[in-house]
Design a protein around this ligand. Structure first.
Ligand code: SF4
Length: 1006
């Protein structure tokens, strides 16, 4: 927002700010009109962030130049806006390839876009398209809104609406959105913003309040807002209180912490859980009481009990294992933006461990520091830490590793690392370097790590505004050696020194950061001892023994020596990666894929045990693979022999969709979510006659993993053996080999040139190529709505009409059903008789109607096999469990893998035994997203999920990006954490994005 020539000019940032905080808009408007001084705080963190943003922008600029595109800057130091606007319009009129820092203006709207790129260079379109460089690693609502704002300005200037807009993300991803999908949204926000901002400026604002939001962490008004909240004794000073709770209380006139604490009973409010409100109320009362007395107060949280009244094991103070000599106390320091290649970010530069069995000269448990100043050092430090832990735990088998995992929920959400637990970090490093897997798995399997934050939050209430370990230290009288103010000043400078490769010589910085880390480790030890005393207090208060936690009985997932030998044989005599031939690269890839299922199962089990065993319902509320706070609402309609049971749930982020399986973490019952509706907050589950009396779930989590070891892994092993048998000879044509080698589809008898003929559209090309496909793989890609399903269905019908058998597979029955429906619809239109069958899952909604009508719904793989062998069916849909079955070897002529990007490469290749030819269909974005394939280098994401590693990216296409592209050749590259999948606009609840738009391979990467 700027005052230029007495006129207020609005920018995209103003709209984005309006989205995140209305109070910020009020303050900015007031400042623009001179009612209040805009703070000019010198914030080292903000400066460092800005500097990194500029560095990222420069990287994108360099990548664009490398493509040979002519880049012209529309900005010179000292130019005023009029000059910049004229320079931009001039560059646009001369059709410059890329306009850097283009300043766009129409009426009172002013925008500075990072890059404007000629659309014909990107996708053959007209005019220009906006590319904004964003340091974040996932597309945020505000960033897309800004791009839509620039796109509208471009449209008004050039008279052509850009087709797409793009974000060049901090992890080198290039995310593309269709402008028309967001144009109406941008106009609406613009209207709302003007209605809000344009009346007379007001200061101080009477209709907004500085409610804490994520943006506060980087907001220039932060200091003023903090002061105001404290002066008001605002509810946000109550530790752990959610914004929804605050809002609901304010709506009934309770706006202060003391006012809330003074209530005799916590109020019952719509859509707010009773228990969570009671917890917040108790917290407020304790804080106020502590303040009034001038003392640090604590009390027990009522221990959780089972339905039978027994203490729930492993909750709160009951999660503390027996203290023993040899217990370790652990902490990590990380630099969030460190990168050596502009792709992989974050460096864990200091690991500290206090060893209770090893006393130093002063008789204190010895502290050990493991430093890393670059990526190679990080690998060494990680290995040393795991080896150190393994050694110590071998000496003291009953010892544990204690850590404290608090993070502030209002922290910058794009700093995903802040949300990682210490265990997550270790898992991430294990994935990053593909080392110490079995050692770390062994520690995790034995439940060696103990998170004291969880013990505190479930077991103790304290009169503190935040449950960071520093705030708890007065309770156990821990005195830090290094002042926190000194740490705050040094931490960012030290991160900068790491960036510049000078950290190893920054002696003072190292002293401060090591002292800080040592304090954290020692404080963790002191906290554990204090909690032990509280545990004893609780035992005497309850007058009973408190059980110690016992490790769960985990199914053994042992390394397979035969598999190892196969892997070693594949890797034998391979040169360094850079020198490998395509065949050698394919062998190495195959070798890494061999252990995919074993590795992939591990994090799923870790995650499952954490969700089902460690977390209380309130904590599950925060987890995206759980939906919590379920309250039974009633029994709905009958569906065949089953009944729908409806449950209400409060708004929360979760990943469940209709038809998803889910598990009740308390009873272990498995359910299918029949319907889930975020708008009404109601979900229903289907209960068969034998399950009507089962207990109501209060939460649902992703169900326990299924082992794919037997069929999927065995199929991969067979493929690996075939790969090995090829030796140094010519690889025969087959779908799996073509995919591994990234070979051109064997479909047109040519070795080069576009697969699509000039006189063909994509559908015609796809049909012709499919008809001629011989022992090969034909990838089809395109954004949503570009006709991939239609093309696939046409190909299937053509083949089936010629008497060929076709299999259809995907990750879910719903996707398979969708393809089969399309086949059925088109065949009927053409009055063709195609016999469609399906191997059904649990949810009968995802059974194709044609299959039901023709009685071709199969309940076992054996029935699929018999039907195909007897030629009773032309097309059969089934998940990979069907096509990896050894009894179904070469059972169909062609297999269609739909939504291929959602499927791991390992699972897709495991289907190789079913057919020698495949169509491999997916949207560009999903081809970029984690195929859950674990190969080197393995990348682990936040939480426990194992993400990928391998994703497929189109390198050669024969069509435009707005249509399905046939015959692209996939490549395999490293991939981002899961968080980057959330890239679609979620209109109804919150401002994050859910997947709704396509991504294309980054020109910057090509
Ligand atoms: S500090 Fe937070 S509450 Fe205050 S204006 Fe900024 S974003 Fe809004």
């Amino acid at each position: 927002m700027r005052l230029i020539d007495e006129q207020v000019r609005y920018s995209a940032t103003d709209l984005a700010n309006f989205l995140v905080c209305r109070h910020l808009t009020r303050l900015d408007v007031a400042a623009t009109h001179g009612l209040v001084q805009k703070p000019r705080t010198k914030d080292l963190g903000a400066e460092a962030l800005a500097r990194r943003g500029e560095e990222h922008e420069m990287r994108v600029l360099t990548a664009l130049r490398k493509r040979g595109w002519l880049v012209e800057s529309a900005y010179e130091e000292g130019d005023d806006f009029e000059v910049r606007i004229a320079a931009t319009e001039d560059a646009l009129s001369r059709n410059v390839d890329v306009v850097y820092q283009g300043t766009l203006q129409r009426n009172d709207r002013l925008g500075i876009s990072d890059f404007l790129i000629r659309a014909d260079l990107l996708n053959g379109g007209q005019g220009y398209e906006v590319v904004d460089a964003k340091l974040a690693r996932s597309a945020k609502a505000q960033a897309v809104l800004q791009s839509a704002f620039y796109s509208r300005l471009l449209q008004e200037i050039l008279g052509i609406q850009p087709r797409n807009m793009h974000l060049a993300l901090g992890n080198s991803e290039w995310v593309t959105f269709r402008v028309k999908d967001f144009a109406a949204y941008e106009r609406q926000i613009d209207r709302l913003f003007r209605d809000f901002a344009e009346p007379e400026p007001i200061f101080p604002s009477a209709d907004t309040y500085p409610e804490p939001v994520e943006h506060c962490a980087v907001c220039r008004w932060q200091s003023a807002c903090v002061t105001r909240r404290r002066a008001d004794d605002d509810l946000c000073l109550v530790a752990g209180m959610s914004s929804r709770q605050r809002k609901s209380l304010k709506a009934i006139g309770i706006a202060t912490r003391r006012g809330f604490a003074a209530l005799n009973e916590p109020p019952t409010l719509p859509h707010i859980g009773k228990e969570s409100m009671a917890k917040a109320h108790a917290q407020a009362r304790l804080q106020v009481r502590g303040e009034e007395r001038g003392e640090w107060l604590w009390e027990f949280v009522e221990p959780e009990r089972t339905d039978e009244g027994e203490l729930t094991p492993n909750r709160g103070l009951l999660a503390l294992p027996e203290p023993v000599k040899g217990d370790l106390f652990f902490d990590i320091e990380g630099a969030r933006y460190y990168s050596e290649d502009g792709k992989e970010f974050g460096l864990q530069y200091l690991f500290g461990i206090v060893d209770s069995a090893d006393l130093d000269d002063e008789g204190k448990p010895r502290y050990h520091a493991f430093w890393a100043f670059d990526r190679a050092g990080e690998r060494d430090a990680f290995q040393n830490v795991i080896d150190f832990m393994a050694d110590r735990l071998a000496l003291h088998p009953t010892a544990h590793v204690y850590h404290y995992n608090h993070y502030e929920p209002t922290a910058l959400d794009h700093l995903a690392e802040l949300h990682l637990t210490r265990e997550d970090v270790l898992r991430q490093l294990m994935g990053r370097f593909a080392t110490r897997e079995d050692e770390l798995d062994n520690l995790l399997r034995r439940l060696v790590f103990v998170d004291l934050y969880r013990v505190v939050r479930q077991g103790i209430r304290a009169s503190v505004e935040s449950y960071s370990i520093k705030r708890l230290e007065p309770f156990y009288e821990y005195v830090r050696d290094v002042e926190l103010t000194e740490v705050n000043e040094r931490a960012l400078l030290f991160e900068m020194a790491l960036d510049e490769g000078e950290a190893a010589d920054d002696i003072d910085g190292r002293r401060v950061m090591q002292g800080y880390n040592e304090d954290d480790c020692r404080s963790t030890l002191a906290l554990r001892d204090w909690l032990e005393l509280r545990r004893a207090d609780l035992a005497s208060e309850l007058a009973q023994e408190l059980p110690r936690p016992t490790p769960p009985e985990l199914p053994e997932v042992q390394p397979d020596p035969d598999l190892r030998m196969l892997r070693e044989a594949l890797l034998e005599n391979l040169p360094d990666e850079i020198e490998r031939t395509p065949a050698q690269r394919a062998k190495a890839l195959m070798a890494d894929l061999l252990e995919f299922h074993r590795r992939d199962d591990k994090p799923k089990w870790w995650r499952y045990f954490h969700l089902s065993r460690d977390l209380a319902d309130e904590e599950l509320f925060e987890e995206s693979d759980a939906v919590a706070g379920l309250v039974f609402e009633g029994v709905g309609e009958q569906v065949k022999k089953s009944k729908l049971y409806r449950y209400r749930f409060p708004a929360q982020e979760h990943g469940f969709r209709d038809g998803d399986p889910a598990e009740d973490p308390r009873s272990g019952n498995l359910w299918t979510i029949y319907e889930i509706d975020d708008a009404t907050g109601v979900l229903s589950i289907l209960r068969g006659p034998t399950k009507l009396d089962e207990p109501h779930p209060s939460a649902l989590i992703e169900p326990r993993p299924q082992y794919r070891k037997t069929t999927h892994a065995a199929s991969l092993r067979a493929l690996a053996q075939r790969t090995l048998d090829v030796g140094d000879g010519e690889w025969p044509r087959s779908a799996a080999f073509d995919l591994l080698l990234r070979r051109r589809p064997n479909a047109d008898g040519k070795g080069e040139g576009p697969l699509r003929r000039p006189d063909e559209d994509d559908v015609a090309a796809g049909r012709r190529l499919a008809a001629n496909l011989s022992n090969s793989c034909l990838p089809v890609q395109g954004p949503p709505g570009t006709g991939k399903t239609y093309t696939g269905a046409r190909q299937i019908i053509d083949l089936a009409s010629e008497g060929k058998s076709v299999g259809v597979t995907a990750n879910s029955h719903a996707v398979i059903c969708n393809v089969l429906d399309e086949v059925d619809k088109l065949a009927r239109l053409d009055q063709l008789s195609i016999r469609i069958g399906q191997k059904r899952g649990d949810d009968e909604r995802w059974v194709n109607r044609a299959a039901t009508d023709a009685d071709l719904v199969y309940t076992s793989n054996g029935k699929v096999r018999d039907a195909l062998r007897a030629h009773d069916v032309d097309v059969v849909g089934g998940t990979t469990w069907v096509w990896t079955d050894p009894d179904l070897e070469a059972i169909v002529d062609v297999l269609l893998v739909d939504e291929a990007g959602q499927m791991s490469l390992a699972d897709a290749l495991a289907c190789a035994r079913a057919a020698e030819a495949w169509f491999y269909s997916g949207i560009p974005c999903s081809w970029l997203i984690p195929a859950r394939v674990l190969i080197r280098p393995v990348v682990m994401s936040r939480r426990w999920d194992t993400y990928s590693v391998t994703r497929t990216r189109c390198l050669m296409t024969s069509g435009s990006s707005s249509s399905a592209r046939v015959g692209c050749i996939p490549t395999f590259v490293g991939s981002p954490p899961r968080s980057s999948m959330r890239t679609g606009f979620m209109a109804s609840r919150g401002s994050n994005f859910r997947k709704s738009s396509g991504k294309v391979g980054s020109p910057a990467q090509d």
